[in-house]
Write a protein that binds this ligand. Sequence first.
Ligand code: HEM
Length: 476
Amino acid sequence: MSHNSLLGNILPRIPGISRGKNAGWKDKYQPYAEAGWDVVANISILPSPQVTLSLADAAAIKEVTASRIRFPKPVWRYGVLSFWGDNIVASEAEEWKRYRKVAAPAFSDKNNKLIWDETLRIMFDLFDDVWGSEESISVENALSLTFAIALYVLSAAAFGQRISWKDEDTVPENHQLSFKVALSEVSTNCLTKIIVPSWAMGFNAHTRKVRLAFDELESYMLDMISSRRNTEKKAERHDLFSSLLNASVKDPTFTDRDLMGNIFIFLLAGHETTAHSLCFTFALLALYPEQQELLFQHIKSVLPDGRMPTYEDIPLLTYSMAVLNETMRLFPPATSIPKYSAEDTSITITNAAGEKRVVPIPQRTEIELNIVGMHYNPHHWKDPEEFRPGRFLEPDWPRDAFIPFSAGPRACIGRKFSETEGIAVLTSLILKYKIEILEEPQFVNESFRERKARVLATKQVLTLAPARLPLTFKRR
Ligand code: HEM
């Protein structure tokens, strides 16, 4: 998510200087295997000479994430995310505490229930109104499907605005875009807004369109703030926006701008990540039909009477959760997390032979928590390249070696949000449809290996994404 990592993704591999485009993702555990230790030092010269300690060791990563004061966030790397006001992701210390305190109660059980209900509503609308009586539905790229699902869920559960598949794009009198279009354009084009300076946003049709969408979403949010502040009798609402608004009333230092910056960051942090991980989940289940069948049989065993799942079933839907976890182990949307040392300190690391070594860390050393490196670390995961959801059903699976949502006090506040949504999407879909790779004439002769490489090919947007996933959904 950081600006520097964008730069790092562009540079070619230069020994000793740059690890090369998407290095962390491509190399996985390789650099640590070569070093013989689960920590390596990376040297870069751009934008200025810098040594970064890169960690793939569960105990060391746990120590760093647990010690927020000793290893804070390098907030200067996140500044680009603050164009809509300061926010919970891009802040540290007292400011972050204040945002987290206001935001945390919004991610409540009542909000989770809302997420569950809205996700099922969106899925059934898809099955009934869009796919209808079709026996087989093919999509050129399933990412557009998971992008829409995640956007509609966020719209309802974060903004309190229901949008549906067949919504007429009605534009209210004082607006130029509908809420659906404004939200969708903003979320799809965050990168443009992050990279292009505001004075250059009027230069071409694309940036002007993005600027309009941002202006429109801002104006919708201001409307929402004033209408909810002015409603005499407040209806009980559990969307994040309403909860944040209520909580902010108790903290007079929390301005409308704070509210907008923070609700916007939920969109940025929650949309792509969830859409990409759902898409990778579909890809893996399509590639491994035997795993899909195990998932289907498990769901049927939880719901033997053919009924639809309810919120209370979530703890029983363990196989759905295991499939989502195994997907995020193999394809973590955030491939690494930056930290730095606020003081001269040290951490202890261990090698394969169990030897321990204390690594001294001078003040202001940049640290990379290499999520991919750790998720493919054979000391923590047996046959790490294999898609094996069952490993998450074993009682002693290595919890500290699984951090797609980070860990410690700065861990993802939206984890439950995303898991609730993921379980609802996956369970409702698998109950009704079989997921297969779309058969395309140009690929009839490919081997399984080639097919796997093709459909699991990735690209880096703000987070790790499938390059193109063509799928067919066949009604069961
Ligand atoms: C699969 C889905 C998701 C993944 C993999 C994910 C991953 C992460 C990670 C790795 C972090 C730490 C980032 C850092 O240290 O810079 C984080 C933080 C955060 N995430 Fe998520 N996230 C997901 C979904 C969501 C959702 C749905 C929301 C909100 C609706 C959300 C809101 C946030 C916020 C606000 C933070 C900052 C928390 C803080 O610093 O106190 N995330 N997420």
